[in-house]
Structure formats: C-alpha cells, structure tokens
Ligand binder design. Structure first.
Ligand code: ME8
Length: 627
C-alpha cells in the first residue's frame, strides 16, 4: 500500500450569496487542523469548494436576471480570491461542482447504482420544501411545515428516481455501532442512530422542473438531486475514477468537518452511497455547533450574517482566527459578539502573550546585553521545561480529538505560567543581588518558552508566530511540531526587540454605564433589560494569592468559560463551589482585580456578616437568562 494522505474537508458552500462568519468558522477550524497535521509531517489534502447546482441557486440567478453559472462565478471568485485568501485558508484543492471532473464522476456513479438496482425510477407523491430541496412524507411534517426549517411545503406528484436507502439500514446501523468515532461529538451519534432506527425510506434523488443541475444519464428531463451531487465532491476531489493511485492514497477521508444541521446528510445518505459503491466510509464526520446571534443561528436568510471581511479590516487576521478557534468549545453552540472578540484579543493576545514577549525581550536587553545567555542545565528548576513538555502533549491529544479550543487553552496556560514565573523569580532582584546563573537560566527559559509558543501557535495564527520569532532573533520558519520542546541551542542569539505584538483594542463607544449614580435611583423596565443575568456553573475555583477576600472562579456560561474574581473568600471554601450553579451578570464591563481580568460578577445576597450566593432552585441549562 502507498503512503496514506491525511484528508480533511469542509462542506462545499452554496455561492448563492456572500459567505459569513459562520462559514469562516468551519473553514478556519479545518485550516488549523490541516496546518497542525502538516506540522506533524503528515501529507495533507485539505479540500473546500462550492456547491453550485440546484433550485435555490437557479432561483437566485433568475432574480438577478443571469444564467446560473454567470451568477455564481463572481461569488466563487470572491470566496476563493478574497475571503479565503485573507483568512489564510491553506486549502490544497478548491472544488466547484460545475467542473467537468465532478460532472463525470456524478453521472458515472449514478449510472452504476442504477445498473445494480440501488436506484430505480418511480413516482413521487408527497410534500416538497423548496428552500431545502427536500421531499417529506405526511407523517414527517411538523404542524404541516418542513421539519428541518419550519417553512411551508407544497404538495407534489412527479416521476422521480429513488435511491434504496432502506436496503442499507441495518448495515449502516451496525457500522455506526462498531465505529464509535465515525460520528462526533457522541450526542450527534445517538441522534443519528435514533433517526436510522426509525426507518430509512427510499430517497428521491432526481428533480424535474429544474434545469440547473447534472442531468440523469440518458434521461435529461431529470436532474440529479443537489445533495447526491454535492456529497460526491468528496470522492471527486480525492481522484475517484480519474486518478486511481491518488484515490488509493487519499480515500477514505480522515475528517469531514460540517455544521450540525447537515450531519444527517453526511452520516446517512453519504455512507449509503459509499456502501453501494463498495467504498470505505470516512473515518470521522464531526458536526460542530452554530455561531449564534442572541439565540438565533447566524445565517444568510435571517439577515443577521456578519461579514468576515469587515472584521478582518477592523481587527486583522490573527485576532479573528484566534477568536473563532478559541472562544467556543468546538462542537458546542456559542454566541458571537464583537465585544467578545475584542476582549479575547485584549486578554490573550495583547495582555498575556504580548506582555510576555515584551517583558522577556526587555529583560534580555537590560540584563544580558540583548543576547540570549547560556543555560546551565544542572542549575535549572525545570518549571518552564516541564510545563512545555505537558503542553506539547496536551495540544497533540486535543487536536487528535478535534478539541481545537482546548488546544489553545493549553497553549495560553503556558503563556500564563511563564508570566507568573517572571513574578516568582523577579529577575530584577536576581540581577541586583548578583545571582547570575539563576538569572541567566530564567532569561533563557523565558526565551525558550516564547520560541516554543511560536511553534505551538503556528497552526492557529498566521502572522504572530513569525513576529514572535523575529523579535527572538530567529528568522527561519517553523518546520516541525517537535520544535515545540526545550533544547534549542540559543546562547548568543541576538534578540530584536520591537513594538508591541498587539495593540490593545478599544471597545466601540457605548451609552453611559449603568449604576453611575451613588444613590439607587428608580429605573425603568428598559433599564432592567440592559442587565444580562445568566445561570452558570462553576468549573473551578481557587484562592487569589495575597488577597484574603478574593476567590478566582472559572464559570461556564453556556457558551464559554469566564474568569470571575469575587470577594467571597471569607464565606466559601474553593472546593465547596465547584459544580455549583450561580447567577452572573454577563454584560458587566470587565475589570482587573489583582492583575486578573474579571469578566462578570456573581450575584449574592448579604446582610451584616451573612452572605449567600444566589442560585436557581432547580438546575437550569447554563446560559439560561434570569429576569
Ligand atoms: O449546507 N455557525 O452549504 P451552506 C456555524 N452546500 N457554522 C455555520 C453557520 C453558523 N451560524 N452558518 C453556516 C450547505 N455555517 C451545503 C453543503 S456539503 C456536501 C454541502 C457553516 O452554504 C457550517 O459548516 O448552507 C454549515 O454546515 C455550512 O456553513 C453550511 O453552508
């Protein structure tokens, strides 16, 4: 067998309109995974593209007075030449379903399935959802509407080709049972098993009355259903029926990354097509959660889509990528807000990482003439090298599980540890008291940690790793993940201290903050609405060194973990609070307390010496609003 390629895909997007931050979310995640695997030395194939056929596109083109190909081409060019370029998407292949290579594959496999009896011609009678291009039986409708999107359906009766999904029901069930990694996260797996066990009906896979699509071979009144066409892109791009040697190396795909709403297409229809073709199934289909605006999914049709280009213009590529990759645990839904992007950038990039670099290079200038001092291994405390070794391991494990935000959390824990190490070691005092060996080891360790960070951050951020390396006096690019370990021969390297890595971002100007008055004035219901109280769960809690009143808590608020510093230490032991539900003020302007940025406040009742945190009487989902 030839060398195996690590193959990752995104959905191919509909070029019926500009793409938004939701599309960028999937694609940046796939890009980070692809870059990580290249760093590991894997031979990577990363494919994205556009899904250009179907009624929806045809309708949009008609409205614009254009033929469909003319309508979609400028949008596709914008996606490829502008959007993905500016986000640094390192795809190896961009597939358009209107390409000749794809056309041939779709027609050939349709014919093959027809010949072997997996596809047959019949008459379809039932309900049709135009926006989703899907057929529904009476029993699947919810309140007479499309069960997927809730929009009205129309009654149709027409000739159609059908795919015998039902034939493969038990084979598919058994496959999913036997391959726990196939559908991820696990909650989606159970959902799909229930769907399959409820019975798979034969699927209509052709449309009449639509001209914009790939015709059924020998029966051009029918065009092939857009999802059959679209899913097949994954094997077209792998070289199926065109380049057998390539296909052998590339297929099956390692990961199909998709949004949760299209997991069903990828874990029911797609595997059955592959089974019918006698091809192996992809190793993993990962259905990630949605970016929400308020409670609603960000989407083209809802008019709440955020333009990624505007964000890139305003904040630059690394803050946008960092926010998308770090903010929401990959798999869960999460709210998108620009404020959160600003906060993420300021806390992680400007404060923690930027300060570490700035302090380290300043100290190397001041105490070591601008060159990295020699390291005396026997004298080292091993603190930073130990932390680096753990983070190197953790990031690999997290990325194997596609837990991208966890990988970044580990990386930024290393940043935090190194900053704390400066406070503990006080290099300025070591210099004053002439403890040169110790001082040199500390400076060397900090420089090494920053070098390691430049390696670890390479899959996630585009410009920052190079900027860090430049300031460290290293100009050659990162080549391999194992460079993220202590052991570089750094002595004598001259650093190049420069301006701050990230300027602090200012929040857009807001109305005056609530609560400026010293008395408690009457407020209106509108004023009250401005307060965002949410239920959260305490994930961890620790004392704040040197502050006898403060506890530092990590609270999960339904979309992310926040750090909250609270003056309740005299009332609660840290262990007591872990796992407890609390109510937090979620839209309070963050403040720094003892050098820790506190992102919210916990509600507590108090009188005299008594204090009690406020919690819901019954457990509620995190993020539940309190009003
Ligand atoms: O479904 N949050 O294309 P599409 C997170 N052509 N991800 C989001 C999102 C959000 N609010 N909105 C969109 C199609 N996405 C088909 C796919 S594949 C063979 C055919 C992302 O343009 C997410 O990955 O509607 C979602 O699955 C995809 O965009 C849908 O893109």
């Amino acid at each position: 067998m030839g060398r195996q390629v690590w193959y990752i895909t995104t959905p191919i997007y509909y070029p019926d309109d500009s793409l938004h931050v939701g599309h960028a979310y999937t694609t940046v995640a796939a890009d980070a995974l692809a870059r990580f695997h290249r760093l590991l030395g894997d031979d990577v194939l990363f494919v994205t593209g556009t899904d250009e056929h179907g009624q929806k596109i045809q309708k949009k083109a008609d409205q614009a007075g254009k033929v469909p190909l003319e309508f979609v081409t400028p949008i596709v060019e914008w996606i490829r030449g502008s959007l993905w370029k500016r986000l640094g998407i390192s795809y190896d292949d961009f597939i358009r379903t209107t390409e000749e290579r794809h056309y041939r594959v779709v027609q050939t496999i349709f014919q093959k399935l027809l010949d072997q009896g997996d596809i047959y011609k019949g008459v379809y009678e039932g309900w049709y959802c135009l926006p989703d291009e899907s057929y529904w039986t009476e029993s699947k409708l919810i309140d007479g509407k499309c069960p997927d999107c809730g929009r009205p359906v129309e009654r149709v009766q027409q000739e159609s080709y059908f795919f015998r999904l039902g034939r493969y029901q038990s084979q598919l069930h058994d496959y999913i049972e036997a391959h726990p990694d196939f559908i991820q996260p696990p909650s989606r797996r159970n959902e799909m098993l229930n769907f399959i066990d409820a019975g798979l009906e034969d699927l209509s896979i052709s449309r009449t009355g639509v001209s914009w699509g790939i015709p059924v071979p020998g029966d051009p009144d029918h065009v092939i259903y857009v999802w059959f066409d679209a899913l097949t892109n994954y094997i077209t791009a792998a070289g199926y029926l065109q380049d057998p040697a390539k296909f052998e190396m590339v297929w099956p795909a390692n990961v199909h990354l998709v949004g949760k709403e299209i997991v069903r297409f990828h874990t029911v229809i797609w595997p059955v097509i592959l089974m019918a073709l006698g091809l192996p199934l992809p190793h993993r289909v990962f259905g990630h959660g949605w970016l929400l605006i308020g409670q609603a999914k960000m989407g083209k049709s809802l008019g709440n889509a955020v333009d990624p280009i505007q964000l890139l213009d305003r904040y630059g590529v690394d803050p946008v990528r960092h926010y998308l990759l770090r903010e929401v645990p990959f798999g869960a839904d999460g709210s998108y807000t620009e404020d959160a992007l600003i906060l993420r950038t300021n806390v992680d990039l400007a404060n923690d990482l930027g300060n570490l670099l700035s302090r380290t290079t300043a100290m190397i200038n001041r105490f070591s003439g601008g060159v990295v001092p020699a390291f005396i291994a026997g004298e080292d405390d091993g603190v930073l090298s130990g932390e680096v070794a753990s983070v190197h391991r953790e990031v690999k494990v997290a990325m194997d599980q596609l837990a991208i935000s966890d990988a970044l959390t580990s990386i930024f824990r290393l940043v935090g540890r190194a900053n704390k190490y400066i406070e503990e070691q006080k290099p300025w005092e070591l210099a004053k008291t002439g403890q040169t060996t110790r001082l040199n080891n500390v400076l060397y360790g900090l420089w090494e940690t920053l070098r390691v960070l430049s390696v670890l951050l390479t899959p996630f951020l585009l410009e920052t790793p190079g900027k860090i390396r430049h300031q460290l006096g290293l100009d050659e690019p990162v080549k391999n993940y194992d460079e993220a370990m202590f052991g570089f021969k750094a002595a004598g390297v001259a650093i190049q201290r420069q301006a701050a890595l990230f300027p602090r971002l200012e929040r857009p100007k807001r109305e005056a903050d609530i609560g400026d008055d010293s008395k408690t004035p009457e407020i209106t219901p509108e004023d009250f609405q401005k307060l965002d109280f949410r239920v959260g769960t305490v994930r961890s809690c620790e004392v704040v060194d040197g502050a006898d009143r403060l506890l530092k808590l990590t609270v999960f608020d339904g979309s992310r973990e926040r750090t909250i510093v609270s003056g309740i230490r005299q009332h609660y032991q840290p262990d007591q609070l872990v796992g407890q539900q609390v109510v937090l003020v979620a839209n309070l302007k963050p403040v720094k307390l003892r050098g820790i940025l506190s992102e919210g406040m916990l509600l507590a009742g108090s009188q005299g010496d008594l204090l009690s945190l406020v919690a819901p009487l019954d457990r509620l989902p995190e993020g539940a609003r309190v009003k």
